[in-house]
Ligand binder design. Structure first.
Ligand SMILES: Cc1cc2nc3c(=O)[nH]c(=O)nc-3n(C[C@H](O)[C@H](O)[C@H](O)COP(=O)(O)OP(=O)(O)OC[C@H]3O[C@@H](n4cnc5c(N)ncnc54)[C@H](O)[C@@H]3O)c2cc1C
Length: 388
């Protein structure tokens, strides 16, 4: 597929990721998908190659690369037909520790996360009753001497069964007593190896794609006070500060997915012959693929711009959000077109199209739904009244 016109500063990284991913073809993912199993071997290979520690500074044992390099890694994973959702959080969840943790916490955790000895894959924010309205979450951490006692529940805590640590957002001041609803929330680093069976229960949720997501329950779970990140009560700000990076990375994953679908659809349209000619000779087949390509490229430009602003230390909130939305739309469109191009075979497991179709659908909803991005743009970019 034609690349962006400007020279790609991450060509070598992209080639190396592609090479690694070639060892994990469709058959590998299909088998896991059928069994609902976690891609342990793939995640280990990606960790050992250093790709998942791209954003950890060299002082703490990582590669010390910029966000655009991390984005290129995830994009290539998806464009290769693999699924980075199994481990993308290992790349950026540590950002909360890096930006707001104490020097001691950084030295304790980051080098171990960089080697993969410690897996920091779980991010516990969403709750069943609060949903997108994060500040009304109910999980409460009560301080008692040198520890916090946590009670409550999270939902959609992905990869919790395959992670040693969890970044947890909980209330430390009841919402009614906090000055603002965004105050009184705190972030903790939970060592799940110690907590499991000692107040922490993890229950898997089966979903339409193989995602390893769970619900987690806290019943008087103890967290040492030294595991509080930053200041008590400031946790919401800490979580928000990582959102732009997350949105930009997910946008690039969607771009990767869109590229995979478009390439797959194009190849099939050239090869499949019906009525004595390739189906790709019909404009009814060509145009939807061409449109999906154009929309993917537009989203790609927005995503690259968001990463550029982020790396330049400039405000990238609007671009990060818009990139995530446009890229999720582009991958969703490309997925749909790819199924249509394949006709009946689009539904057959062995083509991988239906699996990727299910996987990419998630990004219309998570980690932030399209409606909430539109609300952000309407309010913060266009200055219209807040709608909720
Ligand atoms: C597979 C999967 C993995 C996930 N992984 C994680 C994870 O690791 N950690 C984590 O913390 N969370 C995770 N999530 C949660 C995810 O971030 C939320 O599902 C998402 O933010 C939407 O929240 P909700 O499901 O509670 O939907 P709700 O908040 O209940 O919203 C339902 C619908 O209503 C719309 N809506 C709500 N309010 C408004 C409004 N004011 N205006 C217009 N529309 C509105 C939403 O856009 C959505 O379409 C995951 C979710 C899934 C499905």
């Amino acid at each position: 597929m034609t690349e962006a016109a400007a020279p790609d500063p991450h060509r070598e990284i992209r080639d190396a990721v592609r090479k690694l991913c070639a060892d994990y073809p469709g058959e590998y993912w299909r088998k896991l998908d059928r069994a609902g199993e976690y891609p342990t071997a793939f995640v280990r290979a990606l960790t050992e190659s250093g790709f998942l520690s791209a954003l950890i500074p060299e002082t703490y044992g990582g590669a010390g690369l910029g966000l655009s390099a991390a984005a290129a890694i995830l994009e290539e994973v998806q464009a290769s037909g693999c699924n980075g959702a199994a481990c993308h959080a290992q790349m950026y969840v540590m950002g909360t520790v890096l930006r707001h943790g104490s020097e001691e916490q950084k030295r304790k955790y980051l080098p171990e996360v960089a080697t993969g000895r410690l897996r920091l894959q779980a991010f516990g924010v969403t709750e069943p009753t609060s949903g997108t309205d994060t500040t009304s979450l109910k999980t409460f951490a009560r301080k008692e001497g040198d520890k916090y006692i946590v009670n409550g529940q999270k939902i959609w805590t992905s990869r919790a069964e395959h992670s040693d640590l969890m970044i947890l957002l909980a209330r430390t001041t009841p919402r009614e007593e906090a000055r603002k609803k965004t105050d009184g929330l705190s972030v903790f680093i939970v060592d799940m190896r110690k907590a499991l069976g000692n107040g922490l229960t993890i229950r898997p949720i089966r979903t339409m794609m193989n995602h390893g997501t769970t619900e987690v329950f806290f019943d008087n779970m103890e967290v040492p006070a030294e595991n509080l990140i930053g200041e008590e009560g400031q946790g919401f700000r800490y979580i928000l500060s990582g959102m732009n990076a997350e949105r930009i990375l997910i946008a690039h994953e969607c771009i990767g997915d869109a590229k995979w679908f478009i390439e797959k659809a194009t190849n099939y349209a050239r090869e499949r012959s019906v009525f004595g000619r390739p189906i790709g000779q019909n404009q009814g087949i060509q145009f939807p693929i061409a449109r999906a390509y154009a929309n993917m490229r537009a989203a790609e430009l927005m995503a690259r711009e968001a990463a550029r602003l982020y790396e330049a230390g400039q405000n990238c909130g609007p671009e990060a959000n818009m990139a995530k939305m446009l890229a999720a739309d582009a991958s969703n469109e490309a997925a749909n077109v790819c199924i249509q191009t394949h006709g009946g075979f689009g539904f057959a497991e062995e083509y991988d199209v239906e699996r990727k179709f299910r996987e990419t659908r998630l990004y219309q909803v998570a980690p932030i739904s399209t409606n909430l991005i539109l609300s952000f743009v309407a309010e913060h970019v266009l200055g219209m009244p807040r709608s909720y």
